[in-house]
Design a protein around this ligand. Structure first.
Ligand code: ACK
Length: 885
């Protein structure tokens, strides 16, 4: 090849050759205009179509390539170069671009648009005519590299046309525009020249666009990823770190990968809006006054809980209104409560083993005081404390050490919850007098010992007689309950058990054992709020002497009742009166001495839960719904601890108050279930609310706390679907058949996966595999403490609506318990850890992720793999077994 130096390449491309301009009638303008936009991931380094002035390209020899001096309809120049020396031998025509900076890119793309004449259509030119041209490049750091030799250029490719054209096409004005793209890299210098070599073709080079590709700046998972030039290699992925957007913090270092095609792939990690800010449209927006967000992990700003406020933006918690407060250990989501604390505590009788105290009701309790909680501990032994609950304003702490100082704190509870503890009051027990060596004491000691032995015998007899009928009000003061704590754990509370009023020969005795008689004159009935099985349900007020007036619900027994109806009606009071728990409807008392006979309970402003949810469809946050479920589970835990089986747990039998506290109600005596319109007669003659009832209870009346857990699962479903009717309009018979065949309700819409899994656990066929209520409470507590765990919803695509799903618990065919499964895969050492952390059923285990395993302390990678592989296998079985009814 000839050297091309020494000024041979100076001067611009010359005037159009005669006979060739006709090739370009109004050259392709229309076709080109539409092609000007390039994708956002491409950055142009040169686009000949957009250059308004001289391109500054050089042709050599001067009569080779020539620029066509055309303009488009907007009089903008069209930089088109043509050459058509098809009749002449040995053509070597070069067209050189000006220097193009690569702007830091190491791989660039060249897009050529050109037309090429079909040699067959040229008369006589066939011998020399070519249908290709060549493209070259030369790298240099500056513009001085232009005078280099031809053989220093590196060839990029030979360019051929996909479509060439004939004279006939020209006549028809059909333009056959070719587009070819080539890429070059890796580039190592700051810029380069391109060169086009013609060796005897008839070409019009219509446009040249040079560009590189980038992954355009984006915000993903609240992290900003900058414009990133793609790598030099066409298969290279560049790992790019993201920067958390304003007001957000790193949860897990955010990263993404920029592909050679300019696409962002594989996002990893994320940022979270910091406390006081919430995510909206990829930004963190400040919480408005009146709203707060306590932690980056909370999903969004929440309204300040009742009796709290914030006037500031970006609040991480809300301040309690005057006279309202919350404990230090309370989460910021908790409402501020009254009363004002107990302030004056006086000591009463003090012996060497006991201290009696009395105090005054707080001046402004801002609500009815339901009970007091007295916490005490030996001075400097705060970790080991005792709690006594009392409805009175006096207590005696006994079994204390002689001559020791004790610290007491008292707080009151109203319907809104506990107030703060009083300041600490310190009192000392009497010291033991020094033992005397005087022998004259001996008779006294003998007498004391004898009296002691007699007393002990009396106490033992007393306890034994008490055992015969379990708990009895006469033998244990229910006004006072005592629990011992060590490091926050309860030490042996005396577990009360429920006594079936049927065990009393005289049902009236049972009522008066467990329920206070109220004078009818203390009750004002205000309005009828509903109809019960035995008569109307009213709202009204109760004013007992020396106590504040209370809003109450009053159930009445209609006139003309039979003795059985009266017994059954009051039976509910005999049951309810045995319970004392914030999530169980509280009995104020009964009216039996006047007519109508009445049962008076606390008033629940929002009525029954199913109606309330239907009325407020979609109005609550998931956390609020889980709070309701937590309350119900806590009430049910209390009932099951007492040995009471509800048998008719359903959202219609839950009442909800103005603070959205849910309480279990409806404790009919002739359980199952005269007053429940849902209850239907079974083939065995019992009346059962089929849709809410466990299989074994329908089939052979096996009602247990485990069957209550099944019903609780249905209540969860009702709550999460805002009062939808379980199994919709299916008949009871169809429900029984489907459930027996293994089908279960599908997930409600937008239901967190963890909650639906819990429902499925409650509906395990084997009642021993269902979770216990205490496990349900702790599971819900865990979810509430970690709301991000509620973000994973049941996959919308896998959710089937209005269809039942076949439920075969993971691995249940193979393994009956978590322990059995772990043993089988030789991982038995982790059984205890799994159980302690709530993975107590195979369905719960199915949710385990590798992160969970790490958190549980399964740190050996081999063990993690073994467990995850086994789970994966079981899940495949499950998925294969799932199908719509
Ligand atoms: O859905 P509701 O308004 O709530 O209609 C029923 C009706 O009485 C018949 O049971 C309502 N109800 C029952 N007990 C109470 C209560 N303690 N407080 C408020 N409403 C109650 C129930």
């Amino acid at each position: 090849m000839e050297p091309l130096g020494g000024g041979g390449w100076t001067g611009h491309a010359g005037a159009p050759a005669p006979g060739w301009t006709y090739l370009l009638p109004l050259l392709l303008c229309a076709a080109l205009r539409s092609l000007l936009a390039s994708p956002s991931s491409e950055v142009n380094l040169l686009d000949s179509r957009t250059v308004m002035g001289d391109l500054g390209w050089i042709a050599y020899p001067k009569n080779g390539w020539e620029e066509i001096g055309e303009v488009d309809e907007n009089y903008a120049p069209i930089h088109t170069y043509q050459v058509c020396k098809v009749m002449e031998q040995n053509q070597n025509n070069w067209l050189l671009t000006s220097w193009i900076s690569n702007e830091g890119a190491s791989r660039i793309f060249i897009e050529l648009k050109f037309t090429l004449r079909d040699c067959n259509s040229l008369p006589g030119g066939l011998g020399t005519c070519k249908e290709t041209f060549n493209m070259y490049y030369f790298e240099s750091d500056d513009e001085d590299g232009r005078n280099i030799k031809e053989n220093q250029y590196i060839k990029i490719d030979t360019i051929a046309a996909d479509e060439s054209f004939t004279e006939l096409d020209l006549g028809d004005r059909v333009m056959k525009l070719n587009t070819e793209v080539r890429d070059v890299g890796p580039l190592t210098k700051k810029g380069f020249y391109l060169a086009f070599q013609d060796v005897g073709a008839c070409i019009a080079l219509v446009s040249v666009r040079v560009y590189y590709k980038k992954c355009p700046s984006v915000i993903r998972n609240l992290a900003r990823f900058p414009d990133t030039i793609t790598g030099a290699d066409s298969s290279q992925l560049l790992e790019v770190s993201g920067i958390c957007v304003d007001h957000s913090v790193t949860d897990e270092a955010p990263k993404m990968h920029c592909s050679a095609e300019g696409e962002w792939l594989v996002p990893i990690g994320k940022c979270l809006c910091k406390a006081g800010y919430e995510e909206k449209n990829n930004t963190c927006q400040v919480c408005r006054p009146g709203f707060f967000k306590a932690s980056p992990h909370s999903p969004s700003c929440s309204k300040c809980p009742p009796h709290s406020y914030t006037l500031d933006e970006a609040s991480t918690s809300c301040l309690c209104e005057e006279h309202y407060f919350r404990k230090e250990s309370d989460p910021p989501t908790m409402a501020c409560t009254t009363p004002s604390p107990v302030s004056s505590v006086k000591k009463g009788k003090i012996t060497k083993n006991s201290i009696s105290l009395s105090w005054q009701e707080p001046d402004r309790p801002n609500g009815i005081i339901l009970e007091y909680e007295i916490k005490y501990f030996e001075k400097d032994q705060e970790m080991s404390y005792t709690i006594i609950k009392s409805k009175e304003t006096t207590i005696t702490a006994d079994s204390l050490k002689p001559g020791s100082a004790y610290v007491f704190q008292i707080r009151a509870r109203t319907a809104a919850g506990y107030g703060g503890f009083s300041r600490r009051f310190e009192f000392e027990t009497s010291p033991v007098l020094a033992a005397s060596s005087d022998q004259s004491q001996i008779p006294i000691i003998v007498v004391s010992v004898t009296v002691g032995v007699i007393l002990l015998a009396v106490v033992i007899g007393f306890l034994l007689s008490g055992r015969r009928c379990g708990y009895s009000k006469a033998k244990q003061d229910p006004e006072e309950e005592k629990m011992h704590f060590h490091n926050g754990h309860i030490k042996l509370p005396g577990v009360r058990t429920y006594i079936d009023p049927h065990t009393y020969e005289d049902p009236n005795q049972a009522v008066h054992e467990f329920a206070k008689e109220i004078e009818a004159s203390c009750i004002t009935i205000e309005r009828v709020i509903g109809a019960g099985e035995f008569g109307e349900v009213c709202s009204g007020r109760l004013k007992l002497q020396g106590k504040r007036e209370l809003p109450v619900a009053i159930k009445t027994l209609k006139v003309g009742y039979t003795e059985k109806q009266r017994r059954d009606f009051l039976g509910e009071a005999s049951i309810m009166g045995q319970f004392d728990h914030p999530n169980i409807i509280h009995l104020e008392g009964v009216v039996t001495k006047n007519k109508p006979v009445m049962i008076v309970t606390e008033y629940m402003e929002n009525g029954s839960l199913d109606t309330f949810l239907k009325k407020n469809d979609g109005q609550f946050t998931v956390i609020q719904l889980v709070g309701m479920l937590r309350g119900i589970a806590s009430g049910m835990k209390y009932l099951s601890d007492m040995g009471y089986v509800h048998r008719d747990l359903a959202a219609r039998n839950i009442l909800i108050n103005s603070n959205l506290v849910c309480k279990v109600s409806d404790f009919g005596l002739s359980r199952v279930l005269e007053d429940d319109p849902e209850a239907a007669y079974t083939t065995r003659g019992g009346k059962i609310p089929i849709r809410w009832t466990a299989l074994e209870a329908i089939a052979f009346r096996k009602f247990t706390s485990a069957s209550d857990v099944w019903s609780y699962g249905i209540v969860m479903w009702e709550v999460m679907s805002y009062g939808e009717r379980p199994y919709w309009e299916m008949t009871n018979q169809d429900v029984i058949k489907a459930v027996e065949e293994g089908y279960r309700l599908p997930s409600p819409m937008d239901c967190p996966a963890a909650l639906y899994q819990l429902m499925l656990d409650c509906w395990q066929k084997d009642r021993n595999s269902r979770p216990k209520f205490d496990e349900i409470v702790s599971m819900l507590d865990k979810l509430i403490r970690n709301p991000s765990s509620l973000k994973t919803l049941v996959n919308a695509s896998s959710r089937v609506s209005n269809l039942l799903v076949e439920h075969s618990p993971v691995g249940s065919s193979t393994y009956r318990s978590v322990g059995e499964w772990l043993e089988a895969i030789k991982m038995g050492r982790y059984t205890e850890i799994f159980m302690e952390n709530g993975y107590s059923s195979m369905d719960a285990v199915a949710q385990v992720t590798i992160e969970d395993l790490r958190r549980l302390g399964v740190t050996l990678v081999g063990h993690q793999k073994k467990i995850m592989n086994s789970l994966q296998e079981m899940k495949v079985q499950l998925v294969n077994g799932m199908m719509p009814l």
